[in-house]
Design a protein around this ligand. Structure first.
Ligand code: MV4
Length: 491
C-alpha cells in the first residue's frame, strides 16, 4: 500500500495520517465544506472535498468516497471510528473496487453488528455469557416464562441496540409487557428493527473491554483490557488501562475469551470485545469491529501503534509478536474533552477556540484535531480532544491527569474539563471502587456537595440539575434535532 485514504475527520483522521507518514505511506484526506481548513486536511499529502457539511451529504457517502479513491489511485481506506467504519456494505463495495479495506471482513462486521447473531455465534466457544436468551421475543407468555426462570430484575435489549437505546430494566412480571413494548417501540424508531431479547440484569457491573489483534495467518492476541465504566448516558468519560480491579488470572481468562470471540467470527484486524464484570465474574456483551476512540491507553501500556498494526495486517503481514511477548507497561488514563456546557445540561457549546493551549510534558499525550482560532463545527460530534496521561503507577497517572487538566487552557467555549477533573479525583475513582453507575451515583446526589471543595460543589450542583432534567432512565427523553445529529456519530 502506497496511498491510504482516511474516510474520517478530526483527531482520528490526523492520528491515522501520522502513522501513515511514519510508515512512508501517502495519506489522502476527504473533507466536508465545514472542515476545509481543519488540521487533518493540511496534514494530508492530498485532499478532496467530499460534499457539504452534513455527514449524510459528505462523510457517509461511500460511493463518492470510492470514486475519489479511484481518481487519486488510492490502495487502501482507513475508516477510523463512527461514520462508515462498521458498515459492511461499504466494506464490500471497497473490496469490490479493488481497494483494501483496513478492517475486518464484511461478514465479521455483520455477525457482530447484531447482538443476537453475535450471541448465537459465540455460544459454542466457551465464552461466559449473561444468563438469558439468544432469540428474539416472539410470544410474550413464553418470554415471561423465561424471565421467571432467569429471575427478576431482567433487562430487555434491542438486538440492533446501541447507546442504551431499546434497553429497559424490568423489575417484576407485572411490568414486563409495558417495558417490552417500550423497548420495541424505541428499537423500531432508532434502528428500524424491533427485535428484542431478555437477559438477567447485572445490577452493578463494570464495563471492561479487551483489545484484540488478529492477522490473516490465524494468529490472534489480546492487548489486555481497558476499563470504561466511568460514563455518562452511555458516553465514556474516563478510560484507563489496565483496570484497577483485574487479577492476572482474570486478565488472562478474559483475554483468552476475547480471542475466542474474535476467532468465532473469523476476525481480522484490530477489534474490541466488551464484557460486563461483577463480583469476580465476567460476561460477553458484544464486539466492536473498529478501532475505538480510547485505543491510545492500550497503545501506551503495550508500546504498540495500533494503526500501524492495522495497516500491517491489511498488507497481509504476520503479527510480529506472540501473546507471551506482550506485557503491561505502567498505567494510562484518558479523559474525553467535549465542547459541552456542564452549566447548560451538557448541551454542545458552539463557538471559537479563542485560546487553545494544550498541556505538555512527560507522560502527557493529546489527540485532537483543532488549533487556536478555529470554530467547533456544529455538524459533528463535539469532542475537542482526548487527553491522555501515563506513568509507572495509577496514582501518578491520576496526579499527572489533574495537572494536565489544570494546564489545559481553553477560552471561548465551555468544556467538560472541570467535570473530568472532579471525576478523576473522586474518592471512589481513586480507590478503584466504582461501577457503571458512578456518575449517576455520585453526581446526582446533592448531599455530596457539603463535603466537597469549592470546585466540586460547583460541578456537583450542576450535575444534580442535569440529572433532574434528563436522567439516564427517563424513557422519553428526546434531545433537540441538533443534538440528535451529533449523537449519530458518537462511538
Ligand atoms: C447490560 C447491563 C446489565 N445487565 N446487560 C449498555 C450498553 C450495552 N451495549 C450494554 N449495556 C448494558 N448491558 C445486562 N445483562 C448494563 C448495561 C449498561 C452499561 C454497560 C456498560 C457501560 C455502561 C452501561 C450503562 C448502563 C447500562
Amino acid at each position: 500500500m502506497k496511498k491510504i485514504l482516511i474516510a474520517n475527520r478530526g483527531e482520528i483522521a490526523l492520528r491515522v495520517m501520522r502513522s501513515c507518514r511514519k510508515m512512508g505511506i501517502k495519506s489522502v484526506a476527504i473533507y466536508s465544506e465545514a472542515d476545509a481548513n481543519a488540521p487533518f486536511v493540511h496534514f494530508a499529502d492530498e485532499a478532496a472535498c467530499v460534499g457539504p457539511p452534513p455527514s449524510n451529504e459528505s462523510y457517509l457517502l461511500g460511493d463518492n468516497i470510492i470514486k475519489i479513491c479511484k481518481e487519486l489511485n488510492v490502495d487502501g481506506i482507513h475508516p477510523g471510528y463512527g461514520f462508515l467504519s462498521e458498515n459492511a456494505d461499504f466494506a464490500r463495495k471497497v473490496t469490490k473496487a479493488g481497494i483494501i479495506f483496513i478492517g475486518p471482513s464484511p461478514e465479521s462486521m455483520e455477525v457482530m453488528g447484531d447482538k443476537l447473531s453475535a450471541k448465537q455465534r459465540v455460544k459454542t466457544y466457551d465464552i461466559p455469557m449473561v444468563p438469558g436468551l439468544d432469540e428474539a421475543i416472539e410470544d410474550i407468555e413464553v418470554a415471561k416464562g423465561h424471565a421467571d426462570e432467569i429471575g427478576y430484575p431482567i433487562l430487555i435489549k434491542a438486538s440492533a441496540g446501541g447507546g442504551g437505546k431499546g434497553m429497559r430494566v424490568v423489575e417484576n412480571r407485572e411490568e414486563f409487557e409495558e417495558q417490552m413494548n417500550m423497548a420495541i417501540n424505541e428499537a423500531v424508531k432508532s434502528f428500524g428493527n424491533g427485535a428484542v431479547f431478555i437477559e438477567r440484569y447485572v445490577g452493578s457491573p463494570r464495563h471492561i473491554e479487551i483489545q484484540v489483534l488478529a492477522d490473516t495467518h490465524g494468529n490472534t492476541v489480546s492487548l489486555f483490557e481497558r476499563e470504561c465504566s466511568i460514563q455518562r448516558r452511555h458516553q465514556k468519560v474516563i478510560e484507563e488501562a489496565p483496570s484497577a480491579i483485574l487479577t492476572p488470572e482474570l486478565r488472562k481468562a478474559m483475554g483468552e475469551s476475547a480471542c475466542r470471540v474474535a476467532e468465532a467470527c473469523n476476525y481480522v484486524g484490530a477489534g474490541t470485545v466488551e464484557f460486563l464484570y461483577e463480583n469476580g465474574e465476567y460476561f460477553f456483551l458484544e464486539m466492536n469491529t473498529r478501532l475505538q476512540v480510547e485505543h491510545p491507553v492500550t497503545e501506551i501500556i503495550t508500546n504498540l501503534d495500533l494503526v500501524e498494526e492495522q495497516i500491517k495486517i491489511a498488507r497481509g503481514e504476520k503479527l510480529s509478536f506472540a501473546q507471551d511477548d506482550l506485557k503491561i507497561h505502567g498505567h494510562a488514563l484518558e479523559v474525553r474533552v467535549y465542547a459541552e456546557d456542564p452549566q447548560n445540561n451538557f448541551l454542545p457549546d458552539i463557538g471559537t477556540l479563542e485560546v487553545y493551549k494544550r498541556p505538555t510534558g512527560e507522560g502527557v499525550r493529546v489527540d485532537d484535531g483543532f488549533e487556536e482560532g478555529m470554530e467547533i463545527p456544529i455538524y459533528y460530534d463535539p469532542m475537542i480532544a482526548k487527553l491522555i496521561t501515563y506513568a509507572p503507577t495509577r496514582e501518578e497517572a491520576i496526579r499527572k491527569m489533574t495537572k494536565a487538566i489544570e494546564d489545559y487552557d481553553i477560552v471561548g467555549i465551555e468544556t467538560t474539563l472541570d467535570f473530568c477533573k472532579f471525576a478523576i479525583n473522586h474518592e471512589a475513582f481513586v480507590s478503584g471502587d466504582f461501577d457503571t453507575h458512578f456518575v449517576k451515583h455520585y453526581f446526582s446526589d446533592s448531599s455530596v456537595v457539603d463535603t466537597s471543595s469549592e470546585d466540586e460543589k460547583k460541578v456537583a450542583g450542576i450535575l444534580a440539575n442535569y440529572f433532574l432534567d434528563k436522567s439516564e432512565t427517563k424513557a422519553d427523553y428526546s434531545p433537540s434535532s441538533e443534538v440528535k445529529a451529533w449523537e449519530v456519530n458518537r462511538v
